[in-house]
Design a binder for this molecule. Structure first.
Ligand code: MTE
Ligand code: MO
Length: 525
């Protein structure tokens, strides 16, 4: 009796089948991740790994070539790599299904390994990739096993081939197309279900809406009318969350629910601790009005703002872990891999260094770090204000480097004393006579002692300071100018409470903050 020759899959069919099997790893992994740990999705793990390991020159040219579409370009090139790799897998499977299954398993295990190495990963992070791999190997087996290729493989499988060839569909082209279609539908369905579940289970808007402001035993003092002057056009003392500057490296805002959030404190500590959101609720909340400043703020720039931050003292949380005496730095890490190096002393002295959960009385906006971020008075944001923070490693400056330090910025960066003119606006034309000049000055941690204004090359004249709120906030100032017709330039300089007079020397923000005096040119008629 002659059995029909089992057919070998064509190259194209093999590539298609292997691509579907590889896609199964991703979509089934994504589905499982939606339930287990959203950031352990193989899609996210692979994307983040590629982004983290892309050399700076390539990143820069990608941004130059594709602009805002750089993420799409990333997805397309990763898709192309996957199709090529899957085609190779298909060729392997045409010869030996078991070898191809082994190769796919190895890739899946690699993704699982990358997943558990993501920031704040637990061993659960391996589960989505492993579950996906199981599905991928199953798909590969179903699609290839009835098409043994080499004569050796054929004779080894003769019994199985016989029974398969007798089953409906068997080795026929129609049978293969049917199977491939069925598996593809399954793979796509897993992807769709994963997406649906991921958004259903991690609805950040709903999560934020359900946020309840922790009760604060001793609220920060209210902002008095003497601190927040009623001058037309002056910068309000407290910045609206909607107007607050935003600076970060996030291509896509992390979506981290309170239930998914955890903070791990480890490194040079006596006890490693992990806190989840409910653990925070059991602790004493504080609030504090603090002016946050970006190191990239140019002279006269607006990359700073003041808010009432509610949260938990980092000093208390760190004390629970008990840092070792020779540690001098905390490397904080966000869910998306950004890191900042903060002197341990700044987190444990008596300033209000916070793990903040709320801004101006409401949950942090997602772009400002929901569900938790750091706020440290006196230090530029890039060395202290980690948003979406999930990990604090107690370490030393001579052992670890943060994101921007690796790119040449200073490892330590206290905020420099500075001042800005907000009124009148730049290049305004005004009638001669009384002109109100006003602005803000800041020297977090030291406090502003005086602000002076200079018209053209005239003498420095003292402005009137609004009431100081605290050392950690900016301070409004006003000055009354009897303006004469002509084009004039106004300059401002602050002196902080340490006696330091703001320098006129112009330096750019790189590597540790700009200096120079803000000047405004005005026309008086
Ligand atoms: N996760 C994360 N946190 C971050 C950054 C970032 O790129 N990623 N940038 C820092 C910088 S440079 C600044 S100035 C502040 C800005 O905080 P804001 O966007 O809430 O104003 O966030 C800091 N925290
Ligand atoms: Mo910044």
């Amino acid at each position: 009796m002659v059995h029909p020759e089992p057919r070998r899959l064509g190259h194209l069919a093999a590539a298609a089948a292997a691509t579907v099997a590889a896609a199964a790893v991703l979509t089934v992994g994504h589905l499982v991740a939606a339930v287990v740990a959203p950031s352990a999705s193989p899609f996210f793990v692979l994307g983040a790994t590629v982004v983290d390991n892309t050399p700076k020159w390539l990143k820069d040219s990608a941004i130059r070539w594709f602009g805002a579409n750089d993420k799409l370009a990333l997805a397309i090139s990763m898709g192309a790599v996957m199709v090529v790799a899957a085609s190779l897998l298909g060729e392997l499977a045409r010869r030996r299904v078991t070898l191809a299954a082994g190769a796919l398993t190895a890739l899946g295990v690699l993704v699982a390994f990358l997943a558990v190495r993501r920031p704040n990963a637990t061993f659960w992070f391996a589960v989505p990739a492993l579950a996906g791999t199981l599905a991928g190997v199953l798909a590969l087996t179903v699609l290839f096993v009835r098409f043994p290729a080499s004569p050796a493989a054929r004779s080894a499988r003769v019994a199985r081939t016989r029974s398969l060839s007798e089953s409906p569909g068997g080795t026929s082209r129609r049978g293969f197309v049917l199977t491939l279609t069925g598996v593809t539908v399954g793979v796509v369905a897993a992807g769709v279900a994963g997406r649906y579940l991921a958004t259903r289970l991690r609805d950040i808007a709903a999560d934020r809406a359900a946020f309840v402001l922790p009760r604060v035993a001793e609220p920060a003092p209210p902002v008095s009318a003497g601190t927040d002057l009623p001058v037309q056009g002056i910068t309000p003392f407290v910045t609206d969350a909607d107007d607050f500057y935003r600076v970060d490296t996030a291509l896509q805002l992390p979506s981290l629910t309170r239930a998914d959030w955890q903070l791990r404190i480890h490194g040079m500590v006596e006890r490693e601790i992990r806190l989840d959101y409910d653990d925070l609720a059991a602790r004493e909340a504080v609030d504090s009005v603090i002016t946050l400043t970006c190191v990239s703020n140019e002279v006269g720039g607006d990359l700073l703002g003041t808010a009432r931050w509610t949260g938990y003292r980092l000093a208390d949380l760190l004390a629970e872990a008990s840092p070792s005496a020779d540690a001098d730095m905390v490397l904080s890490r966000s869910i998306d891999g950004f890191t900042a190096s903060t002197p341990l002393a700044a987190l444990t002295d008596n300033r209000d260094a916070l793990l903040a959960v709320a801004m101006n009385g409401a949950a942090l906006p997602v772009r400002h770090g929901y569900p938790a971020r750091m706020i440290v008075p006196g230090l530029y944001g890039y060395v202290s204000a980690t948003k979406w923070v999930v990990d604090l490693e107690v370490t030393r400056f001579d052992r670890a480097e943060a994101y921007w330090t690796r790119r040449g910025w200073a490892a330590r960066a206290p905020i420099k004393t500075a001042s800005r003119i907000d009124v009148p606006s730049a290049f305004a034309t005004l009638p001669a006579g009384q002109v109100v000049v006003a602005g803000v000055a800041w020297a977090q941690g030291r406090g502003i002692a005086t602000v002076e204004v200079q018209v053209d090359d005239g003498p420095w004249q003292r402005a009137t300071l609004a009431e100081a709120y605290s050392l950690d906030t900016w301070r409004q100032w006003t000055w009354h100018w009897d303006a004469s017709p002509g084009t004039h330039s106004l300059r401002v300089r602050a002196t902080d409470a340490s006696g330091y007079v703001q320098t006129a020397e112009r330096v750019p923000p790189f590597p540790d903050g700009a200096t120079g005096l803000h000047t405004r040119v005005l026309t008086i008629r």
